[in-house]
Ligand binder design. Sequence first.
Ligand code: PDD
Length: 283
Amino acid sequence: MHRISFVNGEFVTHEKAFVHIDDRGFLFADAVYEVILYYKNRLIDFDLHIARLRKSLQLIKINNFDVSDAKIKEIILELFAQNNLNTGSIYLQITRGNSPRNLTLPKNIEPTFIATVSPVKSSLTEETLVSIKVMTDIDMRWSNCNIKSVGLLASLLAKQKAIDLGFSDTVMVRDGFITEGTFSNLFIVDQNSTLITRGLDNYILGGITRERLLKLAQLNNICVEEREFSVDELYNAREAFLTSSTIGIVPISSVNDKTIGDGQIGNIVTKLLKLYLDFISMD
Ligand code: PDD
């Protein structure tokens, strides 16, 4: 069966899913994106993802993207149906559109809108946790990480550096405090069993999984703090884990070869995965 994607109003075979070389997403990363989980025929936290997408569009001044939320949802559901997937992720990207390379923002050009679906393989589909080893590195990204920008070169290089050095991922550090993973948010559990994650600011992406887990934790009497924390606090944590829509929840067993807690998958992360799986199963 052919993979089907969506480009500017049309469902096309993936091999023919092209944008023009004048597309400003291609030329300048003048574009934003979203990734949403589709789990057992349900779109998870669609409203939160669309609100973040609209916020990102507003922050980069793409003001004329006029596809309604209902239409976006219809396109996504149609794509999962046409690709015969009942669990996967949807990637949406909106660029400012095509225009000859121009360093000022062109007016009155039509935004490019593409969407494509992929299978996911994560704690959400396996329903079990597998831990990873990470390293820390300086956060080399720009200062607008709250925008879900497609300008991801710094993140790609940070992740690749980790892989080349035998780790699975990099946890980024700015001014002595942890920001987030390359493509995920980071949580720790301290020695008092308090769940801690950095508060929302312009140095992290406000993850939807992060937001959902914070709500589930509070509802289930897990003590939560949203605040900056240092690399030392990460080393001394009882548990640490990464979260995103596609990886789900991924425990961290060591940071820079220092074991986190007893190196085993902890109670809080196990409880949170159960709560999250219950949530996405009945969203
Ligand atoms: N990335 N922080 C960054 C830098 C991210 O790229 C992501 C997600 C997250 C988690 O956000 P959410 O929980 O809403 O997925 C945090 C997606 C999955 C990606 O780029 O593929």
